[in-house]
Design a binder for this molecule. Sequence first.
Ligand code: NAG
Ligand code: NAG
Length: 134
Amino acid sequence: MAVTASSVIISAMVFFMVFQLQYEAIHSYTPVHYIVGDEDGWDLPITGASWSNGKKFYAGDVLEFKYERGTDVSVVDQEAFDNCAVNDKSIEYNDGDTNLTLAFGANYFICSRPLICQAGLKLAINATAPPPSV
Ligand SMILES: *[C@@H]1O[C@H](CO)[C@@H](O)[C@H](O)[C@H]1NC(C)=O
Ligand SMILES: *[C@@H]1O[C@H](CO)[C@@H](O)[C@H](O)[C@H]1NC(C)=O
C-alpha cells in the first residue's frame, strides 16, 4: 500500500516535470530577427525567392523590411501574391522600415507595384511552430 502510494506520487512528479520541461521548451523559443535581403534590403535585384531559399522560418520570427521611400511592402493574401496585384485585403506599409511578425502558416508579402512584384519582389513563407529548444 505504501509502495503503491509512493509510486503514484513519483509518477505524478515525473509527469509534472516532463510537462514543465515541455512547457518551457515551447515558451523559450527566441524569435529570429531577419533583415529581408540582408544588406541589400527589400529591393531588386534581390528576389524574395532567392533570399528565403534554404531558410527555415518559425511563427513569431520577425522580418524587417528596409526599402526606399516611394516603394512599399504589402501584406497580402495568396491571390494578390499570385497575381502581383494588391486587393482590398492587402495592408501596405511605406515608411521605409517595417518589422512584421510571421504568423503560423502561409505569409505573403509583395511590392504593390506590379512590374516590380513580377520581377521577383515578392516573398512567400510558410512559418511552422517554433522548435523545442535544446
Ligand atoms: C525593427 O526592429 C529592429 C530590431 O529590433 C529595430 O532595430 C528597428 O528599429 C525596428 N524598426 C522599426 C521601424 O520599428
Ligand atoms: C505554403 O503552404 C501552402 C499550403 O500547403 C502551399 O499552397 C504553398 O505553396 C506553400 N508556400 C510556400 C512558400 O511553401
